[in-house]
Design a protein around this ligand. Sequence first.
Ligand code: AMP
Length: 396
Amino acid sequence: MTHRTVLVINSGSSSIKYQLVDPDTGDALASGLVERIGEESGALTHTHNGERHTEAHPIADHGDGLRRVIELCDEVGPDLQESGIVAVGHRVVQGGSHFSRAAIVDDAVTDRIRELIPLGPLHNPANLKGILVARDLLPDVPHVAVFDTAFFQGLPPESATYALNREVAEKYSIRRYGAHGTSHQFVSRSVSELLQREDLKQVVLHLGNGASASAVVGAHAVDTSMGLTPLEGLVMGTRTGDIDPAVAFHLCRVAGMDVAEIDDLFNKRSGLKGLTGHNDMRVVRGLAEEGDERAILALGVYTHRLRKYIGAYAAVMGGIDALTFTAGVGENNVELRAEVAEGLEFLGIHVDGDRNAVRASGPHVISPDGAPVTVLVVPTNEELEIARQSVALLEN
Ligand code: AMP
């Protein structure tokens, strides 16, 4: 097969993360990050053939940043034309009820993404900016938008619906949209392929700085922990996850906080950071090992929440065949995986200490042979999933 690649772009408010991916082999031909766009201290890192190229200079805007990335591909490689670029795949966080799969970008699609900004105010404006500048700079290849919510568009209504006044919910499009769908789809499919079963009842735990759980039956998500926004669900690096909404009313009444302050508190100053002062699980784990009581409590809250979700999802699915850990914490934190499984033996969940301690670069099973539930670690690869979905869409 001739070589083909997809340029995958994840555009944030002041950054652009990119990867040139071969969707057939999964190889990344180049990857990089443009940071602190619009600030004095702009920076760019570009890696190709194992060589890292860095530069530091102000980058005026997203167009400026992406233009420099394309120039760099010309200067240090890889040559975009020679690499067989067939598409640009864009990560978009909020696809609302409109997008249940990836979409080839045209003006109608960019208009929709713009209309969805009220539902994804923290991410969609930046995602859209990335699409607009990339279409300008690379007009000859098709652009594809891959939505983080798409995998959860098919959630059963009883799982997607809040018990909120129906008219208000409908008027303001309030439902559970989920997030991290690209990762949950990639990981759950990898598990099906690995175990060679298409009828699995799976729980996937995406534990990164953001964290979410999903229940997947066959190839379909039946529940997920993130809701209207990524705030709901698990304890995260800086987000509360599940919390009584009345805490917001209470803070408003007794502390005089306004909506913006409460939003900032729940999203950026809570979770592990709020409980310990640190959002990085490595630091929290280190403090707990030194006997720091706050860190010990934070880990307790974190794992308690995870166990609760696993139990709930086993109940929702009427059983569980596979439990998979992924993302920064899930892939690396050996102790956490063992702690989460502790007490879940009644569900058939067991973790083998030796297997759990193995550091493998690819997917691996960490439960003992013959255990009722297969417990796995599967490195997520959202870029590859975006590249695959982009070419699949263009082929159809
Ligand atoms: P992600 O959002 O998937 O990139 O995950 C980032 C998070 O993974 C970091 O904030 C860390 O808390 C966590 N992480 C990365 N490496 C490790 C490790 N070796 N042990 C524990 N946590 C880790």
